[in-house]
Design a protein. Structure first.
Lengths: 77, 143
């Protein structure tokens, strides 16, 4: 099965109770699809997303082998 | 140009001095200005006393994002070199969290690039603060 790695950080990781999933790439065409698959709900408005460690958008395309990440607004520095 | 994301504590002023000492021959005599920003952990935040903090990051993307803003700063301003160091993991009050140091020929470029780097880092680099306060644990919300 061609997969997509899905990673979660900070409050999103805590809420889902896991830091990573591997999903079937055939089941998700976009970042928003990936979230619906792993969380069973629409993507919350203030969630930041990345594909292959670059900022992306909910409608960004997802392909087999990609790493998709979901995280809350950042608070470094 | 160096970017470091590390768990270990560091001495920002020692880092600035040491970095400059290793680069000064390469730079020649063209650095007339150094601007440095140091971010330090407070013992209060958003109305609560904070006793400790853990910084989470996204290994790989965090470094990649810092590289990206460094490249952007290089293209926008006339700077000679830059050093960015950021902690992750457990921290206690008064420990340095971040250093952004910029070397340039003149102060305007040094100040502007330093300001740009710390502002972009704070608003976009993937780091998350988790605080231990008198009222319990919490994820910090952007100010």
């Amino acid at each position: 099965m061609a997969t997509v790695t899905v990673r979660y950080f900070a409050s999103i990781r805590e809420r889902l109770g896991r830091s990573e999933d591997h999903i079937d790439a055939a089941q998700a065409k976009s970042v928003a699809d990936v979230w619906r698959l792993v969380a069973g709900e629409p993507l919350p408005a203030n969630t930041l997303v990345a594909v292959n460690q670059e900022y992306a958008r909910p409608e960004s395309a997802v392909r087999a082998g990609d790493e998709v990440a979901f995280f809350p607004p950042v608070t470094g520095g | 140009m160096t970017i470091r994301v590390q768990r270990e504590p560091f001495d920002p002023w020692g880092e600035v001095t040491a970095y400059q000492a290793t680069r000064v021959e390469t730079w020649g005599g063209k650095c007339g200005a150094t601007a440095a920003f140091v971010g330090t952990m407070r013992d209060f935040n958003q109305g609560e006393t904070v006793s400790a903090m853990t910084l989470e990051h996204y290994p790989g993307m965090t470094e990649g994002y810092l590289e990206k803003i460094r490249t952007e700063a290089m293209s926008r301003w006339n700077i000679v070199d830059a050093l960015v160091i950021h902690r992750y993991g457990p921290l206690t009050p008064n420990e340095p969290i971040v250093l952004v140091a910029v070397w340039s020929s003149h102060r305007d470029d040094a100040f502007a690039a330093c300001r740009y780097l710390i502002d972009e880092l704070k608003t976009r680099a993937p780091f998350w603060k988790h605080e231990q306060t008198a009222g319990g644990e919490r994820w910090v919300k952007p100010g």
